[in-house]
Ligand binder design. Structure first.
Ligand SMILES: [Zn+2]
Length: 160
């Protein structure tokens, strides 16, 4: 069976940046299982996986536009600390939900300067090329329940 929309696919992967640093990987022995064609993976990776079959190995480089987006300076804002008064111990690297020009979104505290806090609404991997090494594991037809939910179900998955 080859990978096509509405199939549940297991992959093992390693993600590196252009410098060769490992940014992410499927955890020890545990593949990532996803529902193909439902936006569960970044668009570039889904496109590369389409038509592949169990046992296939691929190396792909995905540009930001098909990954986590270009880095957008408009998503960076500086606010006075008092704007975060509900947040104890604000520190660099902290992830928060904040109101931005594009609605509520996750932001990262990237700088603390005097009374000002810099909040960055870009995805941490925005603007980076994504270099994936992927091995395709199992490919199966999704169940009706998986299609209704828009994601894969795996044994022991605690989300239900
Ligand atoms: Zn579900």
């Amino acid at each position: 069976m080859t990978i096509a929309p509405d199939q549940v696919v297991s992959i093992r992967y390693t993600l590196k940046n252009d410098a060769g640093d490992v940014l992410d990987s499927s955890s020890d022995g545990e593949p990532l299982t996803y529902l193909h064609g439902h936006g569960n993976l970044i668009p570039g990776l889904e496109r590369e996986l389409a038509g592949k079959k169990p046992g296939d190995k691929l190396q792909v480089k995905i540009a930001p536009a098909e990954g986590y987006g270009e880095y957008d300076k408009a998503l960076v804002q500086r606010v006075p600390r008092r704007a975060l008064k509900g947040v104890p111990n604000v520190r660099v690297g902290m992830r928060l939900q904040a109101q931005t020009g594009r609605g509520e979104r996750a932001v990262t505290v990237t700088q603390l300067t005097g009374d000002l806090v810099t909040l960055d609404g870009n995805h941490p991997l925005a603007g980076q090329n994504l270099n994936f090494e992927v091995e395709v594991g199992e490919v199966r037809t999704a169940t009706a329940e998986e299609l209704a939910h828009g994601h894969a179900h795996t044994p022991g998955d605690p989300h239900h």
